[in-house]
Design a protein around this ligand. Structure first.
Ligand SMILES: [Fe+2]
Ligand SMILES: [Fe+2]
Length: 326
């Protein structure tokens, strides 16, 4: 019979650990156990359970501490956590909620209640797993597109780093930073539909070829439409070639009508293109790239002050790196 999922039970009191474990094994779950917080964190890292049941009162790391740690870590924050505490323990529940706990159970656990909670959290976990695999599929797609063009190796990763650094500097919230990260990988996803003879052409594109190439941003937006969690990324994918003077594509948006996140990706995209080798020229020195970007911004490409912020930030980070290297 197919196992119903993997549950980690954490309790310093062996009899209740055994009791909970048996109840869950009966319901065909794979049960892992730990008797303290440290071991629990290790096991989560190694075994990737679908759900963690945590006793609150444990010597050393408490259940609330372990929960907070799991929710802080990007790799484990989607793993549901149920805290098990004494009844009416309001303070603990508040602390647990604060730490990101997904649910609570009273001690001693009522078997029926335990099964219902575990079942419903497992269902949610499966949904988030599906969403995550859809998401990683798309991020992989971004890398595949990059791999078609040997000149752009590492482009997505660099873009993600530049864009989120600039976003943090502009005090954007976490949702926007997430969108920037994904947008960096996905901005050119529509190039999947552009034939190699155009995408990889060494010489100048003909007018017709250029028109074809320009379709990649709208096509990319269309591809992302199927994944709900990409809603925030779509404006980046669609508008990363717009210009503030309204002469960009696909929608000829002007000025503030271009979404800020799209402008950020546009700036870091151009910077990375200028400072890496291309089929038709070698990478340009950073100072030359800065100058060209400033000139282009003045000519109507994008907000001049945003380019200035990026250049300042990049320059200070370069200095930082140089200092570290010394
Ligand atoms: Fe593009
Ligand atoms: Fe790009």
């Amino acid at each position: 019979m197919r196992k119903a999922g993997k549950v980690l039970v954490v309790d310093d009191y062996e009899p209740s650990l055994r009791g909970l474990g048996q109840l869950l094994e009966h319901a065909h779950y794979i049960v892992l156990t730990a008797t303290n917080g440290r071991d629990a964190l290790e096991i989560v890292k190694r075994e990737r359970p679908d759900l963690v049941l945590l006793d609150v009162l444990m010597p050393g790391l408490s259940g609330v501490d372990v929960c907070a740690e799991l929710k802080r870590n990007a790799d484990t924050r989607l793993t549901p956590v149920v805290l098990i505490s004494g009844e009416q323990d309001r303070q603990t529940r508040l602390a647990g909620l604060d730490a990101g706990a997904d649910d609570f159970l009273n001690k001693p656990a009522d078997p029926e209640e335990l099964h219902t909670r575990v079942r419903s959290l497992m269902r949610i976990k499966r949904l988030t797993d599906d969403l995550e695999s859809a998401e990683s599929l798309f991020l992989t797609l971004g890398r595949i597109i990059e791999a078609r063009d040997p000149c752009t190796e590492g482009h997505c990763e660099r873009l993600a780093e530049y864009a989120t650094t600039l976003g943090k500097h502009l005090n954007l919230d976490q949702a926007d930073l997430d969108a920037l990260y994904r947008g960096a990988f996905l901005h050119d996803v529509g190039k999947i539909a552009i034939p190699d003879r155009v995408l990889l052409k060494k010489g100048r594109l003909t007018r017709k070829e250029y028109e074809l190439m320009k379709r990649h941003s709208a096509i990319g937006d269309d591809l992302c439409r199927t994944v709900q969690s990409f809603e925030a990324v779509r404006p980046i994918v669609r508008h990363h070639h717009e210009r503030v003077d309204g002469r960009g594509y696909p929608d000829e948006l002007a000025g503030d009508r271009i979404p800020l996140l799209a402008q950020i990706v546009s700036i870091v995209d151009v910077f990375d293109a200028l400072t890496t080798d291309r089929p038709y020229r070698k990478a340009l020195p950073t100072a030359t790239a800065y100058r060209m970007m400033r000139d282009d911004a003045r000519g109507g490409w994008c907000q001049e002050d945003l380019v200035a912020v990026f250049i300042d930030l990049h320059r200070s980070r370069e200095l930082e790196r140089a200092r570290v290297a010394v």
